[in-house]
Ligand binder design. Sequence first.
Ligand code: ADP
Length: 250
Amino acid sequence: MNIIEAKNISLWYGDTQALNKVNLSIPTHRVTALIGPSGCGKSTFLRSLNRMNDLIEGVRVEGTINYGGVPITSPNIDVTALRKEVGMVFQQPNPFPMSIYDNIAYGPRIQGIRRKSELDDIVERSLKDAAMWMEVRDRLHNNALGLSGGQQQRLCIARALAVEPQVLLMDESTSALDPVSTATIEELIVRLKQRYTVVMVTHNLQQAHRISDQCAFFLMGEVVESDSSSQIFNHPRDMRTSDYVSGRFG
Ligand code: ADP
């Protein structure tokens, strides 16, 4: 089953077209990687899945994206509710300058959860989901900015999971991290797909090959090819995909 279906998505930043009739389905409980050279529209497409492009002046979108059958490209959808369902983790870890506990409780508190025991449970569950409970359980009230970069990024994943999303969007979320932290987050992503759907942008082809189930190859605003990752990496159908995954450009 596909949790998200994008149909004929075109997007312009002012006069510059960044996406051209993109069709892509995102299967539920799988990791989908968006790959392709820099500037080909991967992040733009990712941001359109939770309407983050709305925050950029002069953006115009054509086409439809259905999330669970609901057209989220329609102007009158509840964007806040959508972003609760479709969470996001960015390239640079961006914890709030507050305690580890308060970072995670932030979203649930905005949703009106006040009871301490309930917040405690959410903090513990989210940190366990992000594979860092054991590391930080004794210092939940320390400032999150004191954590290492890799821990900060897992905290941001925990913060995204705290509001129980269905989909997690990850935009180059390991590219600012060292190899050990990257490996930890890759393992985490593979585990997360049991309960969530992950869509990730990566320029790291080995990473896409290691952890994604499905891959979409973007080039100049278009999806050239999307298929199972084994097909894309081992038997690409399009010569441009073949050239890219074999390292001939990009
Ligand atoms: P990728 O993620 O593949 O590197 P992007 O989606 O970031 O590609 O960018 C696609 C195109 O859209 C590029 O030409 C880029 O310069 C342009 N673009 C991206 N973000 C903005 C923005 N906020 N304003 C104007 N143009 C943008």
